[in-house]
Design a protein around this ligand. Structure first.
Ligand code: NAD
Ligand code: UD1
Length: 341
């Protein structure tokens, strides 16, 4: 059993669900987060669900000394690295901020890990690393060519992490390429928050469903797909969390750098997702078809067979589960973590 797993970005959306999965599986964890895009309230919610309040250090990962102190204090043996900025549009407007934070924090983390002789790292990568002209389903070796600065930081970090093996053969690196995460904890106590108007489909849909936003804009219905709208591989955040535990288990027996797609392998169109939400909430979503959004690919679906073959992991939850859990979260927490019960 690991002594402690450091979860960077552990008060964020995916990190908090994985923190719960780790605690429920008997791991001890410590969280570092600078709360740049999350709330301390998440720690109480983790405690509510698991009965444990994990130790928390509010710090920027670029503060290498503090990270090193955490390693020493908690005898950390492995790291799950979720911390980073994640908004594509913002990365186009302010690329320097993305390069500085995402790459800077990873380089700092590597430095602290090397100093503490910790060599197991699982990194939150993204399907955005794949070329926008590649055909689905994407395999891990599908051509990479990120088209925005956010995706480029993920790609460059993957390269740097893969490079580590050349300098020290003990490194055990997992590169987890998430497709489109949706859903929330089934209790409705953890979920995704958006600062300002959301850009991604599900948070936007939830705000239209709850009357906070007037209308969903569907970005194009003239794509070459069965209903004309874009297709994505949506995956429940709880399935993603389990993928991290499976990767950690795999890396106990294996050195080297290993990439895995975490997706379901199934495509869902924008209209199909909207219709599933309508079924869950029981009334129609106000919507209109608008022009295509620049940079959207027609279809992005994972080939998750490598993750199944090597990690014995496969996504189990359905689009219905994702919509139900997102809606439960939205209803219980209309203002995110500042909502009161
Ligand atoms: P999130 O914003 O909810 O969580 C990220 C956390 O990292 C936040 O709590 C933020 O405060 C923290 N953070 C950011 N920079 C930091 C720094 N320098 N030092 C310390 N803490 C810092 O995002 P998420 O959706 O949970 O995503 C987690 C990871 O997964 C990110 O790396 C993201 O790029 C990646 N990812 C997310 C998606 C998605 O759709 N959510 C898809 C693919 C990949
Ligand atoms: C986007 C990012 C991707 C990131 C992911 C999750 C781009 C090009 N890609 O993926 O890197 O990993 O978010 O954070 O931005 N849609 C609408 N109306 C809306 C919002 C979305 O019709 O108001 C459509 C989009 O055109 C797309 C689908 O819904 O076809 C999903 O969009 P979104 O949730 O933003 O995810 P991606 O674009 O797949």
């Amino acid at each position: 059993m690991d002594k402690y797993v450091l979860v960077t970005g552990g008060t964020g959306y995916i990190g908090s669900h994985t923190a719960v999965a780790l605690l429920e599986a008997g791991y001890q964890i410590v969280i570092i987060d600078n709360l740049n895009n999350s709330s301390k309230e998440v720690l109480s919610r983790i405690e509510e669900i698991t009965g444990t309040t994990p130790p928390f250090v509010q710090a920027d990962l670029r503060d290498t000394d503090t990270v090193h102190e955490v390693f020493e204090k908690y005898s950390v043996t492995s790291v799950m690295h979720f911390a980073g900025h994640k908004a594509v549009g913002e990365s186009v407007e302010n690329p320097s901020m993305y390069y500085a934070n995402n790459i800077g924090s990873t380089l700092s983390l590597i430095e602290a890990m090397q100093a503490a002789e910790i060599f197991t790292l699982i990194f939150s990568s993204s399907a955005t690393v794949y070329s926008s002209t590649a055909l689905s389903p994407f395999k891990e070796e599908t051509e990479k060519d990120p088209i925005n600065p956010y995706g480029m930081t993920k790609y460059l970090i993957e390269q740097r992490l893969t490079d580590l093996i050349k300098t020290h053969a003990d490194w055990r690196i997992g590169l987890l390429r998430y497709f489109n995460p949706l859903g929330a904890h089934p209790t409705g106590r953890l979920g995704e928050t958006s600062i300002g108007t959301p850009n991604n489909l599900m948070p936007y849909l939830m705000q239209v469903a709850s009357g906070k936003l007037p209308k969903l804009k569907i970005f194009g219905d003239d794509y070459d797909t069965p209903d004309g709208t874009c297709i994505r591989d949506y995956i429940h955040v709880a399935d993603l969390a389990k993928g991290h535990l499976a990767a950690l288990q795999f890396l106990k027996g294996r050195t080297g750098a290993h990439a895995w797609n975490l997706g379901t392998g199934k495509g869902t169109s924008v209209l199909e997702l909207v219709e599933t939400v309508e079924k869950v909430i029981g009334y129609p979503i106000n919507r209109e078809i608008t022009s295509r959004r620049e940079g959207d690919v027609i279809e992005a679906i994972a080939d998750p067979s490598k993750a199944y073959a090597e990690l014995l992991w496969r996504a189990e939850l359905t689009i219905d589960d994702m919509c139900k859990d997102s809606w439960n979260w939205q209803q219980q927490n209309p203002d995110g973590y500042s909502s009161t019960r």
